[in-house]
Design a protein around this ligand. Structure first.
Ligand code: ADP
Ligand code: ADP
Ligand code: ZN
Length: 216
């Protein structure tokens, strides 16, 4: 099972789908946003560097991100395929990833773009809450926890991400258009690009993704 990428704007469902697919396929989900948030929480040097970019809804610089992925892909669990969620987000990151994979005789298998229109993205992001302890994702209306503000999985406290406030959301959507959208053409040229409609319920989207990667 070679590596695959989940591409999509903030709120498209990359995290939700990545988690389900990782379980189903038995491979890890590598989410750069989760790695960065853990670094911020730990107060590490990486976290200190990344925080201001994240809070502003800007991208963390490419060199930092490529370094994170280089380290993460060397972990033993990344040997048998993995799902990248939130990386790459720029053409420079995509090129660096291709080089890294080529150096070990691998290449990406699929790039699945989860497509959702902006108004729905804003609704999803404004209701998103995540667990402070395990990072699990919920939505106050679309996917509420059994008990208000408490994680079903670990009992941790649920909170809204700083960058999910409406003013930051709008700029993150603009950043996606400007910096990440060019990856569509980049991967289309490689023949591995698949677009999936992400506006339905999670189960339907999951089925569409599986169909897109099986029906290649
Ligand atoms: P979302 O799930 O809303 O798409 P993420 O959790 O993936 O957001 O990312 C949160 C923030 O972390 C981004 O807004 C950005 O600041 C930073 N980040 C995550 N991945 C990358 C990346 N590949 N390149 C640059 N910045 C990144
Ligand atoms: P991303 O990682 O792309 O930013 P998430 O997986 O975090 O997206 O999803 C954003 C928000 O929308 C979360 O609150 C999540 O619970 C909710 N969500 C995800 N997929 C769906 C869906 N298919 N229908 C409705 N809500 C969804
Ligand atoms: Zn939890």
């Amino acid at each position: 099972m070679p590596p695959m990428v989940l591409l999509g704007p903030p709120g498209a469902g990359k995290g939700t789908q990545g988690q389900m697919l990782a379980e189903e396929l038995g491979i890890p989900q590598i989410a750069t946003g989760d790695i960065l948030r853990a670094a911020v929480k730990a107060g590490s040097e990486l976290g200190q560097k990344a925080k201001s970019y994240m809070d502003a809804g800007d991208l963390v610089p490419d060199e930092i991100m490529v370094g994170i992925i280089r380290d993460r892909l060397q972990q033993p669990d990344a040997g048998e395929g993995y799902i990248l969620d939130g990386f790459p987000r720029t053409v420079a990151q995509a090129e660096a990833l291709d080089d890294m994979l080529a150096a070990i005789g691998q290449k990406l298998d699929h790039v699945v773009h989860i497509d959702v229109d902006n108004e729905l993205l804003v609704k999803r992001l404004s209701g998103r809450v995540i667990c402070r302890d395990c990072g699990a994702t919920y939505h106050t209306r679309f996917n509420p926890p059994a008990k208000d503000r408490v994680c079903d999985l670990c009992g941790g406290e649920l909170f809204q991400r700083e960058d999910d406030q409406e003013k930051t959301v709008r700029s993150r959507l603009a950043v996606f258009q400007e910096r990440t959208q060019p990856l569509v053409e980049y991967y289309r040229q490689q023949g591995i690009y698949r677009k999936v409609d992400g506006d339905q319920d999670p189960e339907t989207v999951r089925a569409r993704i599986l169909q897109a990667i099986e029906g290649k």
